[in-house]
Design a protein around this ligand. Structure first.
Ligand SMILES: [Zn+2]
Length: 268
């Protein structure tokens, strides 16, 4: 099974990074995508991925929270780094009007610029959308026919939002949000509606620990070894078995990020 979204460069993992990755292996996680959310952690993600090239890949992007940092300098730096063989998508980028850590205008500008970069380089986009569906789609729509692939990671939206994404053939990332009986109840109902070839699973570690994990770690830190727990819950909701589901969602991750024909395989 494949974890398509881990924030392994987070401070939360500094002390025991090796053990966290080891536990992911032992739990049956066969690969992970490290999410880049700033220029600094995108660079750190490349360093981590380079150390474990058959297991870790990375994205490069400016998260909407940090959209105010967008500049010509970042744009040109990203252009240089994005061709690194460990990088498999542009993002995490998008819009977050829930927190508005950057202004709406800054978020929209950085989002648009990163979409253009992805198109130019024929790369998939790794997207974040929170409380911004309308603007998100109006920025994205003109580019959809030319985008290689689109992932809406950590989907927590409504049925009508999901339908729009699926009409456009987007991949949908599901996290342990569904393990929260209160907050995740609406999302749980939508899980069976996602076509099996569009579903991918993620922990979004260290955030979003599944609320029903037992025993609950005292740190409440999420980690990729909890992916089977989320997979099990998705399997129940879809009335599928975990082996099929793990296989299918891993194949989807490979197709989405073009991992099998990734240039590094040729280099190695
Ligand atoms: Zn996100």
């Amino acid at each position: 099974m494949f974890d398509i979204g881990v924030n392994l460069t987070s401070q939360e993992f500094i002390r025991d990074y090796d053990k966290v990755v080891q536990r992911a292996h032992e739990a049956g996680v066969t690969g992970m995508i490290i999410i880049g959310t700033t220029m600094l952690n995108s660079r750190q993600a490349i360093i981590l991925a380079e150390k474990d090239v058959k297991y870790l890949w990375s994205t490069i992007g400016i998260h909407p929270h940090y959209a105010s940092t967008w500049s010509k300098k970042i744009n040109s730096e990203m252009r240089k780094l994005v061709i690194h063989p460990c990088i498999v998508a542009v993002g995490e980028c998008g819009l977050d009007f829930y927190r508005n850590f950057s202004t709406k205008k800054e978020q929209m500008y950085a989002f648009q610029a990163q979409i253009e970069l992805a198109i130019e380089l024929h790369m998939p986009v790794f997207l974040h959308c929170r409380n911004a569906h309308k603007d998100f789609m109006s920025i994205l729509s003109p580019w959809i026919p030319t985008l290689k692939a689109v992932l809406v990671h950590c989907f927590t939206g409504t049925q009508s939002e999901l339908e729009v994404y699926l009409e456009n053939d987007f991949y949908i990332g599901i996290t342990g949000w569904i393990c929260d009986t209160k907050r995740g109840a609406d999302l749980c109902k939508l899980i069976p509606l996602i076509p099996s070839n569009r579903l991918v699973i993620e922990t979004d570690s260290p955030w979003l620990i599944p609320k029903d994990i037992f025993p609950m770690p005292s740190s409440r830190r999420n980690e990729p070894s909890f992916l089977p727990h989320i997979m099990q819950k998705v399997a129940i909701l879809r009335e599928d078995n975990i082996v099929n589901l793990s296989h299918q969602t891993t194949c989807n991750a490979h197709a989405l990020f073009n991992l099998s024909s990734n240039i590094r395989d040729i280099i190695i």
